[in-house]
Design a protein around this ligand. Structure first.
Ligand code: GLV
Length: 387
C-alpha cells in the first residue's frame, strides 16, 4: 500500500491507474482553464493565523449542513461518470462517505443508478439534478430520487449548455469508451481498471439508459447534453421543481450576489457558491473570491456552501472561516476513487479530515462551530477590485 500523505498523492495514482480519457475528464477546465487554475490558486492567498498556548484538547469537527448532522463540513460533490473512473464508482464513493459520516451527492450523469446506490448503502444520500427538456422524464427522475429516500435535491444551475473542454474532445470521451487504436493502447496499460470493468454490468449512464424514450445513444456526454438539457431553465421552473420535490433543496452554481438574492427569493435550504470546478464559464471569478460578496448579500438568512478549488483540509478551514457553513470536494474524492477504489475515497476523506483538524487546532480553536474570520488573514481587495 503506497504511503498517501496528501490529495496530490492520490491524484498521481489516479493518473497512473485510470484510462487517460477519464483522468483528463476529471482534470479538465473549460477553454483556457483560467478559472480552473485560479480556483485552487486563490485559496492559497488566504493565510491561516497561528495562535499558541491555547488548550487544543477535545477537538470536534462535527456540525450540520442543511440541518443534517455531518462529521465534518465536507460533502462529496456530484461528479459525472464516476463509475468510469473505477467500476461501480458511485457505490464505492457513497459507501466511503457513509462510513466517514459525510453526505454523498449522486450526479444525474452517474453510471450507477439512483436505485443501485440506494440498494448498496444504508443512509440517505443527496441527489443532484440536471433539468431536462423532457418533462415526463424529469418528473420521473425526481420521483425516483424520492423513492430512494434521497435527503436533499441539489439543483445545478450553471450547466444548461456545456463549456468546451478541449481534452474531452481530443480524447473522444464516451461512456463506455469507444475502442480506437489510441484507447486500446491506453487500456492495455490499465489492467486492474479493465478487469474490474469487465466484472461489472454498470458501464452506461444508469439514470438515463432505459429511462428516456427515443434516446438511443447517451454515450457522448457533450452530444447528449446538447440534445436533452433544458436551455430554458429559469427561476420559475426552479420553483416548480422545488414544489414537485417537496424536500430540502440546495441550489448549486451561484457565483454572483444578485443570483444569490434571487435564490433566496425562490426559497431554498442552501446555495452552493460554485463555478462548476472551472468547467463552465472560463474567465469567471474563483469560488473563494466570490464567497464574501455573496455572504454579504444573503449570508444572514441563507445557508451558504462552497465548492471548486478545495484540495486540502486547510482549504476547508479557509472557506469555513470566511463564513461558509459547508464545503464540497469533487476532484479530491475522484482522485481517491481512481487511485484505490472505495479505500481511496476513504483515504481522501481521512487526509482532508486530519488536515482540517490540525489546522483548526493551530488557529487556537477546538470546535469547528467556533471557527470564524479571526482564524484567517485575507489580503486587501481579495474579493475583487473590478468594476
Ligand atoms: C458535468 O457535470 C461536467 O462538468 O462534466
Amino acid at each position: 500500500m503506497p504511503v498517501i500523505t496528501c490529495i496530490d498523492d492520490l491524484r498521481e495514482l489516479h493518473r497512473r491507474r485510470t484510462p487517460k480519457m477519464f483522468f483528463d475528464y476529471c482534470e479538465s477546465g473549460s477553454w483556457t482553464e483560467q478559472t480552473f487554475r485560479e480556483n485552487t490558486a486563490d485559496f492559497q492567498d488566504i493565510r491561516l493565523r497561528q495562535r499558541v498556548a491555547v488548550n487544543m484538547e477535545g477537538r470536534t469537527l462535527a456540525t450540520r449542513m442543511i440541518g443534517q448532522e455531518v462529521a465534518m463540513p465536507v460533502a462529496l460533490a456530484p461528479v459525472g461518470l464516476t463509475g468510469m473512473q473505477r467500476a461501480d464508482g458511485e457505490i464505492k464513493a457513497a459507501r466511503a462517505a457513509e462510513k466517514a459520516g459525510v453526505p454523498f451527492t449522486l450526479s444525474t450523469m452517474s453510471i450507477c443508478s439512483i436505485e443501485d446506490v440506494a440498494e448498496h448503502t444504508t443512509k440517505p444520500f443527496w441527489f443532484q439534478l440536471y433539468t431536462m427538456k423532457d418533462q415526463d422524464y424529469l418528473r420521473r427522475l425526481i420521483q425516483r430520487a424520492k423513492d430512494a429516500k434521497c435527503s436533499a435535491l441539489v439543483i445545478t444551475l450553471d450547466l444548461q449548455i456545456l463549456g468546451q473542454r478541449h481534452k474531452d474532445l481530443k480524447n473522444g470521451l464516451s461512456a463506455p469508451p469507444r475502442l480506437t487504436p489510441a484507447t486500446i493502447a491506453d487500456l492495455m496499460t490499465k489492467w486492474t481498471w479493465g478487469l474490474e470493468m469487465l466484472r461489472t454490468e454498470r458501464r452506461k449512464f444508469g439514470n438515463i439508459v432505459g429511462h428516456v424514450k427515443g434516446v438511443e445513444d447517451t454515450s457522448r456526454l457533450g452530444e447528449w447534453t446538447a440534445q436533452q438539457f433544458d436551455q430554458k431553465l429559469d427561476w420559475k421552473k426552479i420553483e416548480e421543481i422545488k414544489k414537485l420535490w417537496g424536500g430540502p433543496v440546495i441550489l448549486k452554481g451561484i457565483l454572483d450576489p444578485e443570483d444569490a438574492i434571487l435564490a433566496r427569493k425562490v426559497g431554498c435550504d442552501a446555495i452552493v457558491v460554485s463555478n462548476h470546478g472551472g468547467r463552465q464559464q472560463d474567465g469567471a471569478i474563483s469560488s473563494i473570491r466570490a464567497l464574501d460578496p455573496i455572504l454579504q448579500a444573503v449570508g444572514d438568512d441563507l445557508e451558504v456552501h462552497i465548492d471548486s478549488g478545495i484540495r486540502s483540509g486547510q482549504d476547508v478551514l479557509r472557506a469555513i472561516a470566511m463564513g461558509a457553513r459547508g464545503t464540497y470536494i469533487g476532484r479530491p474524492w475522484v482522485y481517491g476513487l481512481g487511485a484505490m477504489g472505495e479505500a481511496g475515497v476513504t483515504r481522501a476523506l481521512e487526509v482532508i479530515r486530519n488536515e482540517l483538524d490540525i489546522a483548526m487546532a493551530f488557529t487556537g480553536k477546538r470546535d469547528i462551530e467556533n471557527v470564524d474570520r479571526s482564524c484567517i488573514l485575507v489580503p486587501a481587495g481579495f474579493s475583487g477590485v473590478w468594476d
